[in-house]
Design a protein around this ligand. Structure first.
Ligand code: AMP
Length: 440
């Protein structure tokens, strides 16, 4: 197997775990490395199949992934989604001395349990929304509603596929949600406990770092768009688009995030005896009082990854192999100046009920536009055509000298694509504002 940090020629074989747009972006970038000989993806999708060997193994099934790795012997495994991480793929692989990028199940609790994560933030004095309480009894949760400020944020504790957070306007809405998740079990085991917290106001920012167990390196800043419709209306989705520009992160804000949030987080983990290795996504609200943590994710965001990868000007395979070996050299992370954007094209009806199996037209034409890359999310090959197979179908991505340039290229690409019922937001990145440099 590959020895991290020893690059004697090419020949690296990499297993990427996951099947969405984030994993397609990772595969695409890893494949550009002269060090890489082979990429497998478990389980991949219709677009990934054109760039890697897709293997029909459920990305959430850590035992099956271990059996697969035993058989194919990857030199490095890169994990996209949270489920295998929370389920312990990092622990299983590291115990076998297999190189992997992704935190242990204990460290992944930062995402796997909102209550764990909130208690961690409070214990280490890291700025975050005030907590009213954490409850495993719906009556006690409802009793607290008489003494909170509205609107109130209610979070189901566990992984709930993006459906576990509600911004409740009033007591009736809050009570209904608490009953649905805690009594009727609408979100499964993830909703057995809930957290009530104050609502923060401001612009959101996704700040993702790469950590090798000790050292860290920030990735470029991104912002995503969670609501389905233009103008941030309609229900939440997995993400309808993202963009990256350094304008999102003036130097004073960057320093504040590093000193008030990133470093205390890494010190806190070390003080709690938790080694973190992998991507750590810090979801921030930029409030009048300064940046505050909304959430941690133990992996890259989707579609933020697509926008981040578009700006990478370094060998991702080399850097990730070094991370797995505890030898991150942050000076290797070079970025294209300017900006990037990713617009998600979704199935009609998403995030509610939607149909699959719609033939996607125009894919070849899009990539003839200079600089456009289409990352597949919910697609598969069927009778030598690419058809839809999920809610979020494609992520059309490009970079440019400016955000306006990147967006105009991306939307030119989107206009060439068609399938029955397709929908996308027309306002990705439209409201970019120079972020207020709070606190100075
Ligand atoms: P989470 O999974 O905790 O990030 O929550 C998902 C989304 O809910 C975030 O991206 C925010 O848009 C929103 N959110 C979460 N916590 C808060 C909060 N305390 N105040 C306002 N919005 C929040």
């Amino acid at each position: 197997m590959f020895k991290p940090g020893h690059f004697e020629g090419a020949g690296m074989k990499i297993l990427v775990v996951g099947s969405g747009g984030r994993e397609h972006a990772l595969v695409w970038k890893l494949k550009q490395s002269p060090l890489v000989e082979k990429i497998w993806c478990a389980s991949g999708n219709g677009g990934i199949a054109a760039e890697a060997e897709c293997l029909a193994v459920d990305p959430g099934d850590t035992q099956a992934l271990a059996v697969l790795a035993e058989k194919i012997q990857p030199d490095l495994t890169v994990v996209g989604p949270e489920l295998p991480l929370v389920n312990g793929i990092g622990d299983i692989f590291r115990e076998k001395k297999w190189s992997i990028v992704g935190p242990s199940s204990q460290a992944a609790q930062l995402e796997g349990s909102k209550i764990f994560s909130k208690e961690f933030l409070l214990r280490h004095h890291i700025p975050t929304a005030k907590m009213y309480g954490a409850y495993d009894n719906p009556k006690e949760a409802c009793a607290t509603l008489s003494s909170v400020k509205w609107p109130l944020v209610i979070k189901a504790d566990g992984l709930c596929a993006g459906k576990g957070v509600l911004l409740a306007a009033d007591s009736a809405e809050a009570t209904d949600f608490i009953q649905r998740v805690m009594e009727q079990g609408e979100l499964g085991a993830g909703g057995r406990r809930v957290l009530l917290e104050e609502t923060l106001e401001g612009d959101e920012l996704s700040f993702i770092i790469l950590v090798d167990g000790e050292r860290y390196a920030p990735l470029v800043p991104t912002r995503d768009h969670k609501r389905i419709f233009d103008g941030n209306r309609g229900p939440n989705t997995g993400g309808m688009g993202a963009y990256s520009t350094d304008q999102l992160l003036p130097e004073t804000l960057r320093e504040m995030i590093l000193s008030a949030i990133v470093e205390p987080t890494l010190h806190g983990l070390a003080a709690d005896g938790i080694r973190y290795q992998g991507f750590l996504y810090i979801g921030l609200m930029l409030t009048q009082e300064g940046p505050k943590v909304l959430e941690f994710n133990c992996r890259l965001g989707d579609p933020e990854t697509q926008a981040i990868v578009a700006r990478m000007d370094f060998d991702l395979a080399e850097v990730l192999a070094e991370v797995a070996g505890g030898q991150l050299n942050s000076s290797k992370l070079k970025w294209k100046p300017g900006a990037s954007a990713c617009v998600v094209v979704a199935a009609g009806g998403y995030p509610g009920k939607f149909e699959s199996g719609k033939v996607i037209e125009g894919l070849t034409g899009v990539e003839q536009i200079n600089g456009v890359k289409v990352f597949h999310a919910g697609t598969k090959s069927h009778d030598s055509q690419i058809v839809t197979s999920g809610g979020r179908v494609l992520g059309v991505t490009a970079c440019g000298d400016s955000l306006e340039g990147a967006l105009s290229t991306v939307y030119r690409g989107v206009s060439r694509i068609s399938f029955e019922g397709m929908q996308y937001r027309r306002d990705i990145g439209a409201h970019v504002r120079q972020v207020q440099t709070v606190g100075n």
